[in-house]
Design a protein around this ligand. Structure first.
Ligand code: GDP
Ligand code: MG
Length: 437
């Protein structure tokens, strides 16, 4: 993956100590290749590498005490800027109802995003109304109605009516029923298509949306430039929602969106569930791409799910390492925080670990793991590395599982422990960086 490639490049730099111009040139070549292979637009890559290289080639960087660390920081800075620098929130006007219109190609994830957005706004105390303006696929309105029903948000549909009339009718409906946000889900085509564009333009004229959001599939490759530019020209839009960021897409196309359109990414959609729409933070995403993990995200989730005690435990683990007792203690918290998958995905190198495990984590394994840890002695829990074949067989017997299952728990513990080590290093580096300036 992109993260792996960039990390390999950084590891090579770190191994060098003092850097020469040739080292930087070669690192920049690696970064360029990695970005291109991840489908980041070639013009965006060119600009990115030129700027980054120029900043890295200064004497200040090359003669510093930790040049590699400086290079990483510059890459992080530039990547953050490429993604838009700062968070861009949804803007609401005083008008009631506010109208948000979603546009994008068919299958890009508009309907899903509409529902997720409705869910998010409902949680914030608003009363959304979803509008089904995709009248071409017979199942489209049903899909929206079903999903809307699941999250308890009403869906306005005008079977048989023209999309423009449906959209207008929905606004009236919102006024009549005191809904304060109308989310208009529109039809898309598989490719840019004149009729679709025309229709989106008409709907836009009719309802005068406060915000038009374009939904872009993270899997879109280089073609993204064409697609977003056409939408920008015809319907214009205020921001972007990147969908399917949870998949194994290379994602580079989506990463270019900001640079190509100048429009901010507002949300990322990363899953099947209605609560998987997240505000987009360029700095966090950049860190994630560089495999630095979303430490802030972890802490936020921890605050949501756990109490101060658990946070304290997390800090202690960072300081002192990760024992089987911690694993046991954290299992419940982990469940609350979206399961192992959710957490691993945010940890530095976690995505890599997940991939190594085949991207598949059986969450039901928790009960089994609990039994396994309960069968360990106190010493084994504190120092899992002493667990040899004989101990493993004994533990397996005690827990009523196979030695292979004990093994896989040990492996998981090993990955977690390694990650804690990496996080500790990062925390120390951040601290050292903070002191410097
Ligand atoms: P639309 O044609 O633009 O309305 O696209 P849909 O919302 O119907 O989505 C197309 C397909 O992509 C559906 O099967 C969705 O379940 C799936 N999908 C949409 N957003 C996401 C996402 O964030 N993650 C995943 N994994 N699947 C998604
Ligand atoms: Mg749809």
């Amino acid at each position: 993956s992109l993260s792996d490639r960039l990390n390999d490049t950084f590891d090579r730099l770190r191994g060098k100590g003092k850097l020469t111009e040739a080292d930087i040139t070669s690192a920049m070549r690696d970064i360029r290749m990695a970005l291109l292979e991840a489908d980041v637009n070639f013009k965006v890559v060119k600009e990115f590498v030129a700027k980054t290289k120029e900043r890295c080639m200064t004497a200040e960087v090359m003669e510093s005490l930790s040049p590699a660390q400086n290079v990483v920081k510059i890459v992080l800075d530039e990547l953050t800027e490429m993604l838009g620098s700062t968070e861009s929130k949804l803007v609401f006007s005083n008008r009631i109802p506010n109208v948000i219109m979603l546009v994008g190609l068919q299958g890009s994830g508009k309907t899903t995003a509409a529902v997720k957005l409705a869910y998010l706004l409902k949680k914030q105390g608003r009363s959304p109304l979803l509008v089904a303006c995709d009248v071409y696929r017979p199942a489209a309105a049903d899909q929206l109605a079903t999903l809307g029903g699941e999250i308890g948000v009403p869906v306005f549909r005008g079977d048989g009516a023209h999309p423009v009339d449906i959209a207008k009718g929905a606004i009236q409906e919102a006024v009549d029923h005191l809904r304060d946000v109308v989310i208009v889900d529109t039809a898309g085509r598989l490719q840019i298509d004149e009729q679709m564009m025309q229709e989106a333009v008409y709907i836009k004229k009719a309802v005068k949306p406060d915000q038009v959001l374009m939904v872009v599939d993270a899997m879109t490759g280089q073609d993204i430039v064409n697609v977003v530019s056409t939408f920008a020209e015809r319907t214009d839009f205020d921001g972007v929602i990147i969908s399917k960021l949870d998949g194994d897409a290379r994602g580079g196309g989506a990463l270019s969106v900001r640079q190509v359109t100048g429009k901010p990414i507002k949300f990322v959609s990363m899953g099947e569930k209605p609560d998987s729409l997240e505000p987009f933070y360029p700095d966090r995403m950049a860190k994630r791409i560089l495999g630095m993990g979303d430490v802030v995200g972890i802490i936020e989730k921890a605050q949501e799910a756990a109490d101060a005690e658990q946070l304290e435990a997390a800090e202690r683990m960072l300081r002192e390492g990760f024992t089987m007792n911690d694993m046991l203690d954290q299992m419940k918290a982990v469940k609350k925080m979206g399961g192992m998958k959710g957490i691993l995905g945010m940890l530095p190198g976690g995505q890599r670990a997940l991939n190594q495990m085949g991207g598949n984590l059986d969450e039901g394994i928790f009960d089994k793991n609990e039994a396994i840890i309960m069968s360990m002695t106190k010493e084994e829990r504190l120092r899992p590395s002493i667990i040899n074949g004989q101990r493993r067989a004994r533990i397996a017997k005690g827990a009523g599982v196979t030695p292979t299952e004990v093994n896989s728990l040990m492996k998981q513990w090993g990955e977690m422990n390694k990650m804690m080590g990496r996080m500790r290093t990062m925390a120390n580096q951040a601290q050292a960086g903070g002191k410097k300036g």
